[in-house]
Design a protein around this ligand. Structure first.
Ligand SMILES: Cc1cc2nc3c(=O)[nH]c(=O)nc-3n(C[C@H](O)[C@H](O)[C@H](O)COP(=O)(O)OP(=O)(O)OC[C@H]3O[C@@H](n4cnc5c(N)ncnc54)[C@H](O)[C@@H]3O)c2cc1C
Length: 324
């Protein structure tokens, strides 16, 4: 099966979890000749070298100043050109902002199928079968395409392990794609967030705070813990609405869906809407003064304690452990 993987990049660097998507592509493709990746942007040719060994023989590169910033129409044109160049029947990407935006557009354009945010995917004859968490992870839906000429699959970050098996020479194949003349969208400015940590959606470790944090200043306690763990700081909506944390830190139904290996929830009650965004985390540690807090129902480890006492202890203990 001919498979193409869309590698999301920012500022000339591939998103770390893009390699997970490539690994999924390698599993679905027959071999390195059947697997290709596509990288789009300005000054992005170097990314191909980072993909070597992950199973793709070809990396299509659309490298042009006009593609520096994401534009759904131009990026759809570029991916479509790669789909045609490779003869791809399946296109894999991360369930991350760009892919979520551009894949439905492409699926509609090419009369294709789409499976979004899957946590498992496999070939079922000529079709693809996937598993997709729904209703805040309470049910797992089995989804399948039916005779689609091309199927777009977005995979949930931090679900599949990236594996470099040393196959695929990732040779660059440049694609000339004209930027869309009538895209109707123009990026005027890109402002970098103050947060230098990995984006929540792909962070392997997250320390989150809720209303109980009490102030923006108190979030520094979680920042210190996050620094030790190389984690990203998240927040509940109550913390965001209270002005303690910025909106890009919000986890949940109206915030980001996260899937880290470890989610430490400090002073978060565990509302349905919050859990919709973090329930599938592999290990959940909850710190709450209320032993009846709903978060304890999903927590792997529950600690009934004051977060202002517990969080600094975590920081000190992890620091000592990691320095050993
Ligand atoms: C349509 C809709 C969408 C929503 N989307 C989201 C969303 O995306 N994300 C989201 O988070 N919420 C969302 N909400 C809001 C959600 O319903 C809750 O109001 C919110 O999640 C509560 O945040 P919280 O747990 O921080 O606050 P609270 O529910 O007030 O909980 C605070 C917790 O801190 C504990 N606590 C207090 N002091 C301490 C201490 N010193 N140490 C330890 N624990 C302490 C308390 O026991 C309590 O459990 C949404 C709501 C609606 C209606």
């Amino acid at each position: 099966m001919k498979v193409l993987v869309f590698i999301e990049q920012r500022a000339g660097k591939s998103k770390s979890s893009a390699l997970e998507a490539l690994t999924v592509g390698a599993r679905l493709a027959g071999g390195p000749a059947d697997l290709a990746a596509v990288v789009i942007g300005k000054g992005v040719e170097g990314i191909a070298a980072q993909l070597k060994g992950y199973g793709a023989d070809t990396v299509y590169v659309v490298d042009h100043a006009a593609f520096e910033h994401y534009n759904p129409v131009s990026y759809a044109d570029a991916i479509e050109a790669a789909v045609k160049a490779h003869g791809a029947k399946v296109v894999v990407g991360l369930a991350a902002p760009m892919t979520r935006d551009v894949f439905p557009r492409l699926a509609a354009r090419l009369d294709g199928g789409i499976l979004t945010d899957v946590t498992a995917i496999e070939a079922a004859g000529a079709n693809l079968q996937g598993v997709k968490p729904m209703y805040a992870g309470k049910v797992l839906a089995k989804v399948e395409t039916q005779n689609a000429p091309v199927t777009f699959v977005s995979v949930r970050p931090n679900t599949f392990k990236a594996e470099n098996k040393g196959t695929g020479n990732a040779a660059v194949s440049k694609l000339e794609v004209a930027p869309a003349a009538d895209s109707r969208i123009k990026t005027l400015e890109v402002r970098k967030g103050a947060n230098e940590r990995p984006d929540l959606t792909e962070a392997p470790l997250i320390v989150s705070g809720g209303r109980a944090m009490g102030s923006a200043d108190n979030f520094k306690i979680l920042g210190e813990l996050a620094d030790v763990l190389h984690a990203t700081v998240g927040a509940s909506r109550a913390a965001v609405d209270s002005g303690y944390a910025s909106h890009d830190m919000q986890v949940g139904q109206t915030g980001k869906t996260v899937n880290p290996n470890l989610y430490i929830a400090c002073g978060i009650s565990g509302s349905i809407q919050h859990m919709a965004g973090m329930r599938t985390s592999k290990v959940i540690v909850a710190v709450n003064t209320d032993p009846e807090a709903p978060i304890f129902k999903v927590a792997t480890y529950g600690i009934v304690a004051d977060l202002f006492q517990a969080a600094p202890i975590f920081t000190t203990k992890f620091k000592a452990l990691l320095e050993k």
